[in-house]
Design a protein around this ligand. Structure first.
Ligand code: SAM
Length: 401
């Protein structure tokens, strides 16, 4: 059994015996907490030398002597010499000073837990004195805290969490192409803490049922048979909800600033005095081709790429087959698009691929060339959402014909 205890070491003398990698790892947090650290070791790591050079600790370049323990509150011993380890821990016990004994926790009187820290929460983990297991658990806990899957509760009135979303603000979160795993950690955290989520049809919708029960979800995406909520109305919803003091998350597919009208939402909020935060997302323009095994650039195949919608200045895009064209929202006009690209100078034989519903179990890729891709898609009833890729990189897909 271990009795968990937090130590306030600011301004207190702490002795570290040893100057190797473990001692070095232990010293950083001690210095951060403001302890007055003395290191006793014949040789030390470059970091300890740097700290010494900057006057952040004292280094005695010699072996341990019992008098080193005079006045110290805590000692940590991390040397490779068992006799020194025993001498330090026995002398510390005689003087009733807590001692962390590296490599032999049973013989020490104190342990340093593995620590998970995020959003103002600190969790110390002791795993029955097995430091590797403790580290693994702490790493898992830190990810859970960071992403908000473990509730860090910044709503609590008694704590202030510096990086939590402020009430009455809007966070535009790029949700990525659809898989919850492709949400950013910051995006997932803000969703976990949100009071109101304004959600699109595309993006990581599976995350919605996993949010707090009292999170209000407002759907604004286009569903079959329904018109989407117009952009002007979405803007008004964001401002209206933020004005109630809610933490509003606008969950968008892909990245908010890639053909996603995120800029307009930011401007509208700003013009109504509402603060915004933008959390970038994994854009479908790059990640959906990647899901089909197509890199948008590749040495020898393409050095650049252009992302446009299916309804735009196609003639102005570079026309070499070694420049990748990525078209979003382009399925319905694919025949017209392909025609215009060929007229603008792209060879008929330019490889093309259309990837539907990327990163979902229904993902499907249709391959062809500029001259036949539209007919092939029609034959397979290809439908939105889909990303169209045009250029030599398409040949790199593992199942490209
Ligand atoms: C309004 S745009 C938004 C793009 C978004 N901001 C981004 O960065 O991915 C919507 C288009 O993105 C593409 N798209 C988004 N998610 C997709 C997915 N999972 N699979 C295929 N295409 C997708 C489709 O071309 C769709 O019509």
């Amino acid at each position: 059994m271990t009795y968990p205890l937090g130590l306030q070491l600011r301004g207190l003398d702490v002795l570290v015996v040893g100057g190797g990698p473990v001692a070095t790892r232990r010293i950083g947090p001690l210095l951060e907490d403001g302890a007055r650290v003395t290191v006793v070791a014949p040789t030390v790591s470059p970091e300890i030398r740097d700290w010494t050079g900057r006057g952040e600790l004292r280094w005695q370049a010699r072996d341990f002597m019992p008098s080193d323990l005079d006045q110290v509150w805590l000692v940590l011993t991390h040397t490779s010499d068992p006799a020194t380890q025993d001498l330090v821990s026995e002398e510390a016990a005689r003087r009733k000073i807590f001692c962390v004994k590296g490599g032999d926790p049973e013989a020490g009187t104190a342990w340093v837990p593995s620590v998970a820290e995020s959003h103002g929460v600190t969790v110390g983990v002791n795993a029955n004195k097995d430091p590797r297991r403790a580290k693994r658990i702490a790493a898992w806990l830190e990810a859970a805290l960071e992403s908000g899957t473990a509730p860090v509760d910044p709503q609590s009135e008694r704590v202030s969490v510096d990086d939590a979303q402020k009430p009455g603000t809007v966070a535009l979160v790029g949700g990525g192409p659809g898989a919850v795993e492709l949400l950013t950690v910051r995006g997932r955290f803000l969703l976990a803490m949100a009071d109101v989520v304004v959600a699109d049809r595309l993006g990581p919708r599976d995350v919605l049922p996993r949010l707090r029960e009292d999170t209000v979800i407002i759907e604004v995406g286009k569903k079959a048979g329904h018109h989407p909520v117009p952009q002007s109305e979405i803007n008004e919803i964001l401002v209206r909800e933020a004005r109630t003091g809610a933490r509003v998350v606008r969950l968008k597919g892909g990245d908010p600033f890639v053909l996603g009208r995120g800029g307009e939402e930011v401007e509208y909020c700003a013009s109504h005095g509402i603060e915004t935060e933008v959390v970038p997302g994994v854009t479908s323009a790059i990640s959906v081709p990647a899901a089909a095994g197509i890199p948008v650039t590749h040495r020898g195949a393409a050095t650049g790429f252009t992302v446009i919608t299916g309804h735009q200045q196609l003639d102005a895009a570079p026309y070499g087959t070694d420049h990748t064209l990525v078209l979003l929202m382009g399925v319905t006009r694919l025949a017209e698009t392909a025609e215009r690209l060929m007229m603008a100078g792209r060879p008929e034989s330019t490889p093309a691929a259309v990837i539907e519903r990327g990163w979902t179990p229904e993902q499907r890729t249709t391959f062809g060339t500029l001259s036949d891709i539209a007919a092939r898609c029609e034959a397979r009833s290809v439908a939105a959402p889909a990303v169209i890729v045009i250029g030599d990189v398409v040949r790199l897909a593992p199942d490209s014909p």
